[in-house]
Design a protein around this ligand. Structure first.
Ligand SMILES: CC(C)(COP(=O)(O)OP(=O)(O)OC[C@H]1O[C@@H](n2cnc3c(N)ncnc32)[C@H](O)[C@@H]1OP(=O)(O)O)[C@@H](O)C(=O)NCCC(=O)NCCS
Length: 177
């Protein structure tokens, strides 16, 4: 899956001056789009991690931090909002959407787009595998060792070493007793 990746983090850093920093060992496809979003927004990617084709990172003025040995597969969208921390040894399947923000819609007399957003942040701890096409919503902690099934929508924090599937995601088993 990563045969076409180019190790060129120095060039990518030059192409994306808006708060993007990657380790020199990070593999980054040319079609990755990364933007800190101004106002101190930044994106940091650790050693031996990989961003595959079509990955979009939008920090929206906050921080997206990706640890070591983590791979973000094609066409994932990571939308910073309240900030996103992704740990070490994480695998995120293609077409996953991680979005650390919600539109506020309390007042039905006002258009939703004028009501602002709430932003809590998302943490994906170490050694997590997220299957393809999953959605990770704001305020969630995906705990160490969690497996998220393909197509799951994770609306609540997961127990460490659980396997969660479905919409909304529910625990179907534990990987440890
Ligand atoms: C979750 C997953 C890892 C399987 O885990 P598992 O522990 O082996 O689970 P099982 O296959 O034993 O399935 C257990 C139950 O969950 C259901 N299930 C499994 N994966 C599911 C999913 N993604 N969504 C909904 N239900 C799912 C099964 O149908 C089964 O239901 P049943 O008990 O009613 O028959 C796998 O199904 C999956 O989703 N893999 C992701 C693949 C992928 O996206 N790869 C991209 C590579 S980065």
């Amino acid at each position: 899956m990563f045969s076409h990746l180019i190790k060129n983090s120095i060039k990518r850093t030059q192409m994306h001056p808006f708060g993007f920093r990657a380790d020199s060992t990070t593999s980054i496809a040319w079609s990755v789009s990364a933007d800190g979003g101004g106002q101190g927004g930044r994106i940091v990617v650790g050693a031996h991690s990989a961003l595959d084709a079509g990955v979009i990172l939008r920090a929206n003025g906050n921080t997206i931090s990706i640890g070591r040995n983590s791979t973000i597969n094609p066409y994932c969208m990571i939308h910073g909002g309240g900030g996103i921390t992704i740990g070490d040894g994480v695998r995120i399947g293609p077409h996953t959407v991680i979005t650390a923000a919600n539109h506020i819609f309390d007042d039905p007399s006002k258009p939703i787009y004028l009501q602002g957003e709430s932003e809590k942040g998302i943490v994906i701890e170490n050694d997590v595998w997220i299957g393809s096409g999953a959605g990770i919503l704001d305020g969630v902690v995906v705990a160490t060792g969690t497996v998220v099934g393909a197509g799951a929508v994770v609306t609540k924090s997961t127990p460490a070493y659980s396997v969660v599937v479905g919409v909304p995601a529910k625990v179907i088993k534990m990987r440890i007793q």
